[in-house]
Design a protein around this ligand. Structure first.
Ligand code: SF4
Length: 139
């Protein structure tokens, strides 16, 4: 099995794939044969999972950008301050920019509020989306 996500493989083959609710939308510049339709039907659950993860990652990046961390760039880059959103102990809530949960300190933490937490860790967890530690460049 290839490690390349299905979405990437189909996009490279010229398909545009999106999700609307629980439906998969596939568009191509060329006609889509019945056989290929069957392939997409069989792969629908996996493609919907990949799309959900992709949308989630985009929402997290958008929330980070909206947090306007430019003024905090130096202490974040130097590791003097941290973001819960970059910590392996943090789980994002349904709203990527809203309150999330720390495995050590519990609920109610903002993902993109810089502060000095002695328990911050980047130790990888398999099921979370990581965000770069650095604040985005000031515009
Ligand atoms: S350990 Fe600290 S930085 Fe990490 S999620 Fe908990 S409160 Fe946030």
């Amino acid at each position: 099995m290839s490690d390349i996500p299905l979405l990437d493989r189909y996009r490279e083959a010229g398909y545009t794939i999106t999700a609307e609710a629980n439906a998969l939308r596939v568009v191509a510049e060329h006609p889509i044969s019945d056989r290929i339709r069957q392939v997409f039907k069989a792969k629908k659950p996996e493609l919907l999972r990949e799309l959900a993860a992709e949308y989630r990652e985009k929402a997290i990046f958008a929330a980070r950008d909206a947090a306007d961390l430019g003024d905090w760039r130096a202490p974040l880059d130097l590791g003097r301050l941290h973001l819960c959103g970059n910590c392996a102990r943090f789980a994002f809530g349904p709203d990527a920019g809203g309150l999330g949960t720390c495995a050590l300190h519990g609920d109610g933490l903002l993902p993109f509020l810089p502060f000095d937490c002695p328990d911050f860790t980047v130790e990888r967890q398999a099921d979370r989306t990581r965000v770069h530690q650095s604040a985005p460049a000031a515009h």
